[in-house]
Design a protein around this ligand. Sequence first.
Ligand code: AMP
Length: 465
Amino acid sequence: MCGIFGIENHADAANYTYLGLYALQHRGQESAGLVSADNGRFHLERGMGQVAEIFRARVLERLPGRQAIGHTRYSTSGTSVLSNAQPIVVKTSMGPLALVHNGNLVNAVEIRRKLEADGSIFQTTSDSEVILHLMARNPRADVVESLMEALDQVRGAYSILLLTADGLIAARDPHGFRPLVFGDCQGALCFASESCAFDLLGAEPLRELELGEVAVARGGTLESYRRPTGSPPARCAFEQVYFARPDSKVFGDGVSDARLKMGAALAREAPGDADIVVPVPDSGLFAALGYSRESGLPLEFGLIRNHYVGRTFIEPKQAIRHFGVKVKLNPVRHLISGRRVVLVDDSIVRGTTSPKIVRMVREAGAAEVHLRISCPPTRWPCHYGIDMPTREELIASENEVEQIRELTGADSLAYLSIQGMLAGLSGPAESYCTACWSGDYRVEISEEDRRQQQLFPIRLEEGGE
Ligand code: AMP
């Protein structure tokens, strides 16, 4: 769960990257970083917290140069500490390199163990660093070749940007788990996780990076190396359900449009005998609108979100997440009182949020609460970059829908089917990764990496109640 942005050959590279990151803040709020390159010299600024807190005007002044890359981070691999904030910058015999990565490698621990046994010293506990180590150990006259050879050794999900002394390289894994688009920004090339970053800059989106593509921007032109891998596409459908911003276009679909369709499909699959449809803001908004239009039930904004509280789930501490629900949402009594409510949310993961929201709506006087979820039950952990690491934590891994309904306290509960969800997307059903719902993992995780993920210390060290 990260956002990446980069720009090449622009007079205001660092400022534009800052703006790009600002638009990608929703993809990670734990830390952010930006590196610029000025005549082969790299300048790095990183910090814990949100983009606007870290990059004050005087910080941006310390980032000269015509190319820059940046990152907003939420850790799925590696702990929440500054040393894990990206970009990761290293010096190699090929010159300085800086990397930002969105995704999660499924054999990073395995590779790292081997490299460490061979004497490598890692700066971070993040999976992304192995790419740089593999490159540093395999220097080539052409840095692109070194990168491609490194990428041939890693498996899993990666959309990456690599800043070199004289250009910017973008690459996407052969399955295309995570999005990566590029565009034209006043003659400069820019790259972003989501197209919403381009809107803010007035940049024109050109296209998505292809699956397995490696593209090099130098002096404002793009040279593309497509490596036909024959790997089946596995675009993360959860980007559309929850993660991406509704004003972005991801994997060829407008995200808001995809959510409207999912909501409409949910209304057809699971109609509710009710008076009003209430979205859980913000993530349930478009699905609720789709549900309302399809069912004919009026949409009411019966829950109001306090926008000054961060996305609760993004906080790595359990204690904050629990507290967060209350400070984040408040019911509008006069809209809800005495009404039978269809409450629409995007997903139930750990199941800590829904019972609180259902209770909140009941306490505001709802006659009935029918909970509708615009994706299937989340039963399996994601190994490809969305934070839901262990099976035990997922409420739907052990419980059937009826048990979950009981736990939430709703009068009825229904989830959207996998087919219903995918029908709202323009690609063929088999081109999406549905692992968190179906358990169908397209890229196998190494045994060592699986063990590490299960033991992973994010919660053990820093969380807990
Ligand atoms: P939970 O209390 O764990 O069931 O959280 C559910 C809510 O958190 C959902 O309604 C989403 O809005 C949000 N959410 C669900 N899954 C994720 C995820 N993997 N990452 C971040 N936020 C999530």
